[in-house]
Design a protein. Structure first.
Length: 240
């Protein structure tokens, strides 16, 4: 009887944990993000006396509602700055700021790098163009990656195109490896970029959905059941 009750309790606990864990993790992540962002946006309240915005007469932590007000103020200021860039005076201000930062030694290198990365991820063109399979990290192993561009010049190898492929880590896809692979050694997958990211974040637990009916030259990937994942060989597509 006792073993039966313990077994039922354990089953109920594991089930409840599986249901509530995503919600709890989301709340914790949201609170952590708010705290980190607030450390930056709280500076906007520098004109207000600390004894008004902080606990213990200005010696303790800032009140949460003042941090929330600072965050809203930051959002409004960013929106106003974005609105101004649509007009001539706003564009000239951005040009002057850009020119000034690029003239400061050391800071100009950091600013230019951040600006280029920001433009790459905020432009209308998608940074990730195609989900692919590449042989990585060693022969015989396959990794899911994203084609980010076609390389020319020093990276060009013979008649074959050289592709830059980003291979994200799992479950955190914000870091990873950048490799250069000949196009002939890249296997293109018949899935969207969003499905590829979900596949990586879920540790492969969420199978990608098919983007359309099977087409000519589409093959099943090794290790997947029929209908879960389809790949098209780049060599087959080029020859056809």
């Amino acid at each position: 009887m006792n073993k039966s009750l313990i077994g039922q309790w354990r089953t109920n606990f594991v089930t409840g944990l599986a249901i509530l864990l995503p919600a709890i993790a989301s709340v914790v992540l949201l609170a952590w993000s708010f705290k980190k962002i607030a450390e930056i946006t709280d500076v906007l309240l520098f004109l207000l006396p600390a004894r008004l915005t902080h606990r213990n007469g200005g010696e303790g932590e800032i009140y949460w509602y003042w941090s929330l007000l600072a965050l809203v103020l930051a959002v409004l200021l960013i929106s106003i700055a974005g609105k101004l860039t649509r007009y001539y005076i706003g564009k000239k201000m951005i040009e002057l700021l850009d020119h000034g930062l690029l003239r400061v030694p050391l800071l100009n290198k950091i600013y230019l790098t951040i600006k280029q990365v920001n433009q790459a991820f905020t432009s209308n063109k998608s940074t990730f163009k195609q989900v692919v399979l590449v042989e990585f990290p060693q022969p015989g192993n396959r990794s899911v990656g994203f084609v980010t561009g076609e390389q020319n010049g020093a990276f060009h190898q013979g008649n074959s195109k050289t592709l830059s492929v980003f291979i994200p880590t799992t479950p955190n896809p914000t870091s990873g490896f950048l490799i250069l692979v000949p196009e002939s050694e890249v296997t293109k997958l018949d899935m969207s970029v969003a499905d590829g990211i979900k596949f990586i974040v879920s540790l492969g637990a969420i199978p990608p959905e098919l983007t359309g009916p099977p087409s000519r030259g589409v093959l099943e990937a090794p290790g997947y059941s029929k209908g879960e994942l389809q790949v098209s060989s780049s060599s087959s597509s080029s020859s056809s």
